[in-house]
Structure formats: structure tokens, C-alpha cells
Design a protein around this ligand. Structure first.
Ligand code: HEC
Length: 155
């Protein structure tokens, strides 16, 4: 095995271990649980070379064609898709279909893992960050102050 392949295998199995250790827990922090998972599963399309949300919204079709989503490569950038201004977007996109209006998974659910077990595992890590009670898919006009208070999103 080439050294680079060996390193990849070690990194991959370490990150699987990390997310398994967090699965099903509540009160998770961005730094410990979400950042490493995000780097593994989301960074390639939402990283530093992606546009900010405003720029993305102004030129959506261009960025969709490039398979670039809006940038979410920091704690504040990612929380924009949880609480405000893109309220509930992260939950709507990552949900497995149990909370969506049409019963279908959000279109980013697929990227949570290579198989259903890994996807469920990693979904539970995102839920453990926001909190099960705060996993609310509403858009801003429907969100209450109480709903917002349930979204933990600890840094
Ligand atoms: C292969 C590329 C790719 C990967 C991997 C990916 N995304 Fe996306 N994502 C996109 C693209 C392209 C869009 C914009 C098109 C759309 O709305 O579906 C998007 C849109 C989104 C949106 C909606 C943003 C908005 O304001 O409309 C969220 C939230 C999101 N992604 C979260 C994630 C998370 C979290 C992960 C990791 C688990 C992830 N994505 C992995 C390509 C990707």
C-alpha cells in the first residue's frame, strides 16, 4: 500500500470511529463533533472555494451547475443554515424523510454516508448538535422564539 493510501485509510477509519462515538448523544459541540464530520462529508462542495450565501443566491444556476453550494466552512457560517437567515435549511436538507412534508429525504442526506447505516449514524451526530427537540424544519416566518431556543448549536 502506498503511504498516501495508508494515511487515507487511517484518517477514514478514525473519522468513522469519531462519529460513532458521538452518535445518539445530545449537547455535542461544533468543534468536537461537527467540524470533523463536515470536513469529511460537506467540505468538498461547501468549502473555501464556494461562494457566500448572498453571492450564491444571486447566481444560483451558475453555482448549481458547478456543483458548488453556499460556503459553510466555519461555525458562524454553518449556523446561518440552522437558525437565521436561512432558517431550517440544514435540517430540511439533511433530514432522512421522517420530518419532511413529502416524506422524502432532503437532498443532502445522501452525502451523510456511503450506506444507510453511516448516513443514520451521521444524521444522529447533526441532531445531537442541534438537539432532537430543536430539529425543526420550519422556515423563518413560521419559527417561534421557543423553537429557536431549542436549537442548541454549541460552538
Ligand atoms: C457533491 C457536492 C455536495 C456535497 C458533498 C454536499 N453538498 Fe450541500 N449543496 C450542494 C449544492 C450544489 C447545493 C445547492 C443546490 C441545491 O440547493 O440543492 C447544496 C445546498 C445545500 C444546502 C442549502 C443551502 C441553501 O441556502 O439553499 C444545505 C443546507 C447543504 N447543502 C448542506 C450540506 C451539508 C451539511 C453537507 C454535508 C453533510 C452537504 N451539503 C454536502 C452540494 C453538495
Amino acid at each position: 500500500m502506498k503511504l498516501s493510501h495508508f494515511k487515507m485509510a487511517v484518517v477514514t477509519s478514525l473519522s468513522v470511529m469519531v462519529t460513532q462515538a458521538f452518535a445518539g448523544q445530545e449537547g455535542l459541540t461544533y468543534r468536537k463533533a461537527i467540524q470533523p464530520l463536515w470536513e469529511q462529508k460537506c467540505k468538498m462542495c461547501h468549502g473555501a472555494s464556494s461562494p457566500g450565501l448572498a453571492e450564491f443566491n444571486e447566481n444560483k444556476s451558475k453555482y448549481k451547475a458547478l456543483n458548488k453550494g453556499p460556503r459553510m466552512d466555519s461555525y458562524p457560517a454553518l449556523t446561518h443554515f440552522v437558525g437565521w437567515p436561512d432558517t431550517g435549511a440544514m435540517m430540511r436538507r439533511l433530514d432522512d424523510g421522517k420530518h419532511t412534508k413529502d416524506g422524502k429525504p432532503g437532498n443532502m442526506y445522501l452525502y451523510l454516508g456511503a450506506n444507510e447505516e453511516e448516513r443514520q449514524n451521521n444524521l444522529s451526530v447533526f441532531k445531537g448538535w442541534v438537539s432532537e427537540a430543536g430539529w425543526i424544519l420550519k422556515k423563518f416566518p413560521d419559527l417561534t422564539r421557543e423553537d429557536l431556543g431549542k436549537m442548541n448549536v454549541l460552538e
